[in-house]
Design a protein around this ligand. Structure first.
Ligand code: HEM
Ligand code: FES
Length: 357
């Protein structure tokens, strides 16, 4: 993106990202098949490939779910947010290959068509070891298919941000279903504990990472509000309706932001551009990406997910685009940042508050 503001097309970073993802898929698949053949020399290569595709899809699903909290915990991981959509669609393609392969291999030779056969072949809902695990994978795949099919921006416009976001939050349900698909499926016959440990480790990793990121966010917000609230001019600012946001105005890095929460919970990103601080909503108008994890480029706040831009001074996308994010009035007193929790009228220009480094 630049001052000319073109939508992000294919560029070197996107191609590198996709090449790394393809490399990951091929390595994971090759490793699974090679280790499988080494451990069981007479193993059926078709079954190994089928299982390898399932494992590769599952590994990619862990990656997709880990990037968000990792980027919240450290900016080192922020570049992974860029183009995460391609990672998600690749994960679906691999999982779909696994599912189609399984349907063709195990269910195509009977009288019923394969999906009906897979859904009806086993009714042992009362048994753990015989549980019909394949329908669990099927429902997960339907969810992932819906997400992949609606990943294009066109669908965001058609469905609206709220519905689109709720649909994409179903990835957690898909994850839970795949965990059960594996636990009630292959783990019931697998004698080696390696797979159980790997599955348990993966679940703990995803849950732990989300819990740590959420705790860090809550702790940071509370700490920042308490620290900012201890300044002298508190009473006057409060009378004007301002609330403390955080202490450390001088520490906001140049062309970067510090994210904090308003009392009602909405997150705002306080950006430094030059010696001035300005606050915008942390939610990108595109797909709700975290603007505070992006940076200012060519005078515009640039979303880390797909590069949408908003001018620092008024939160408006530069022409020809007409998107606007909410902006908020700030006050900086004794290195503490105070904010007015009601957003300014959309598109209004804000001088910003001075906070020299
Ligand atoms: C139509 C949907 C699906 C069907 C019919 C299906 C079928 C199967 C079958 C038959 C197995 C056992 C293979 C064997 O032991 O030989 C299996 C295992 C597995 N599936 Fe699926 N599956 C589906 C969807 C998914 C999805 C969406 C994922 C994850 C993204 C997934 C991940 C796995 C994993 C990780 C295994 C264990 C692989 C291993 O043996 O180590 N499956 N699936
Ligand atoms: S979420 Fe896509 S550009 Fe911000």
């Amino acid at each position: 993106m630049s001052a000319h503001y073109q939508a992000v097309g294919w560029n070197r970073h996107k191609k590198t990202y996709d090449l790394v993802v393809v490399g990951l898929v091929v390595t994971c698949l090759a490793l699974f098949v090679a280790v499988g053949m080494w451990r069981v020399p007479h193993a059926n290569p078709v079954t190994l490939l089928l299982r390898g595709l399932g494992v590769t899809g599952f590994v990619l699903l862990h990656l997709v779910l880990s990037i968000g909290p990792l980027a919240r915990l450290s900016p080192v991981f922020a570049p992974l947010l860029y183009n995460r959509r391609h990672l998600g669609v690749t994960m679906f393609a691999v999982a779909a290959a696994h599912g189609l392969f399984a349907l063709g291999y195990y269910h195509a030779l009977g009288d019923a068509e394969p999906i009906t056969a897979m859904l009806t072949a086993n009714g042992r809902l009362d048994s753990v070891s015989q549980f019909p695990f394949q329908p669990l994978g099927f429902v997960a795949l339907v969810i992932l298919a819906l997400m992949a099919a609606t990943s294009h921006d066109l669908w965001l416009k058609v469905l609206g941000p709220r519905v689109w976001k709720s649909l994409h939050m179903l990835v957690y349900l898909a994850y839970a279903l795949v965990v059960m698909h594996v636990a009630l499926g292959v783990l019931q016959s697998e004698t080696s504990p390696t797979l159980s440990w790997a599955l348990g480790g993966g679940v703990c990793w995803v849950l732990g990472l989300h819990a740590v990121a959420a705790m860090r966010t809550v702790a940071d917000d509370g700490h920042m509000r308490r620290a900012a609230g201890s300044v002298a001019d508190e009473a006057a600012l409060r009378t004007e309706g301002f609330v403390p946001l955080f202490k450390g105005a001088r520490e906001v890095p140049t062309d970067r932001a510090r994210v904090a929460a308003l009392p009602a919970g909405q997150r705002v990103a306080v950006f430094r551009h030059g010696d001035r601080l300005r606050a915008v909503s942390n939610l990108c108008r595109h797909q709700g990406g975290p603007l505070g994890e992006g940076r200012v480029m060519d005078g515009c706040i640039t979303c880390p997910w797909h590069g949408w831009q908003y001018r620092v001074e008024d939160g408006c996308s530069p022409p020809p685009f007409d998107e606007k994010v909410e902006t908020y009035r700030l006050r900086v007193v004794s290195d503490a940042v105070w904010i007015h929790p009601t957003s300014a009228p959309l598109g209004s220009t804000d001088e910003g508050e001075e906070a020299t480094l």
